[in-house]
Ligand binder design. Structure first.
Ligand SMILES: C[S@@+](CC[C@H](N)C(=O)[O-])C[C@H]1O[C@@H](n2cnc3c(N)ncnc32)[C@H](O)[C@@H]1O
Length: 246
């Protein structure tokens, strides 16, 4: 199949190569986002759009993707200043041994989390190097998601979980425990199968506010997710607060 550039006819495979190179060199995007972007442009190609329309669309998509990416990694609209109560942090500490890293944190929560190292939205823990035993109650909020197949809006949490799974698989981190909100969504059900421990907390957690005070209304059900080689320990420790699958 060919498409037309002014009077010139271009071979579709040459165009595909060029587009792919262009997308893959965009360093504001991760691999999944690049693949999704390439796929959407190729769809336009298959519809035999003319070259100028394709280039215009590609530039718009790249710009949108880059903006979304910036939002995902640090500029979130929703308030995620709700902190894990100390008793749950102590359960995580029992399993992890010690908390080497809390990549999504702040000064107030660190008074009781006491991670060896922590990052905040100011220095963007999503983009930092993660290692050791990691505790993570990631930011929430939604964003247009170019990485997730159907392009529906997917919570930022998804990207943090994905990063944890990838780093564990690459053995860059030893163990990780995530605490996740709103656990009924399809995106969550798809990603949760990658973990080797899951605890569905029986009671709703009363998170602490940004001053470090317990909240009165707990709104969502929560899961703790575990990756590491000590799933039995996770089960032993977390069965006191909910149903554990390990
Ligand atoms: C749900 S709270 C959890 C805090 C703490 N880790 C805990 O377990 O209680 C998420 C925290 O991540 C912070 N945050 C938001 N975006 C971030 C980013 N890009 N990098 C690091 N921290 C971020 C928020 O400011 C907030 O304090």
């Amino acid at each position: 199949m060919n498409i037309t550039k002014q009077t010139q006819t271009l071979d579709i495979s040459v165009i595909k190569d060029k587009i792919q190179n262009l997308i893959y060199s965009a360093n504001t995007l991760n691999m999944l986002e690049k693949l999704a972007l390439a796929e959407s442009i190729f769809e336009l190609l298959e519809e035999k759009k003319d070259f100028d329309t394709l280039v215009r669309q590609l530039n718009v998509d790249l710009e949108v993707a880059a903006t979304n990416r910036r939002k995902q990694i640090g500029e979130f609209d929703s308030n995620c200043e709700w902190y894990t109560p100390p008793q749950f942090i102590e359960l995580a500490r029992k399993v992890l041994g010690k908390i080497d890293l809390d990549p999504a944190s702040n000064k107030v929560a660190q008074q009781w989390i006491k991670a060896e190292k922590y990052y905040t939205k100011e220095n963007n823990g999503y983009a930092q190097k993660w290692s050791g035993n990691v505790w993570c109650n990631p930011p929430y909020g939604r964003d247009v998601n170019l990485a997730y197949g159907d392009k529906k809006s997917t919570p930022v949490t998804y990207y943090w979980l994905k990063k944890g799974i990838e780093l564990y698989q690459k053995k860059e981190i030893k163990q990780i425990i995530f605490l996740v909100n709103r656990t009924g969504a399809t995106w969550y059900k798809d990603i949760v199968i990658n973990f080797n421990g899951l605890c569905e907390v029986t009671k709703r957690i009363a998170f602490y506010d940004s001053q470090g005070n317990p909240s009165t209304g707990a709104r969502y059900y929560n899961d703790f997710l575990y990756l590491g080689n000590n799933a039995y320990k996770f089960e032993d420790v977390f069965c006191e607060i909910g149903r554990v699958i390990a």
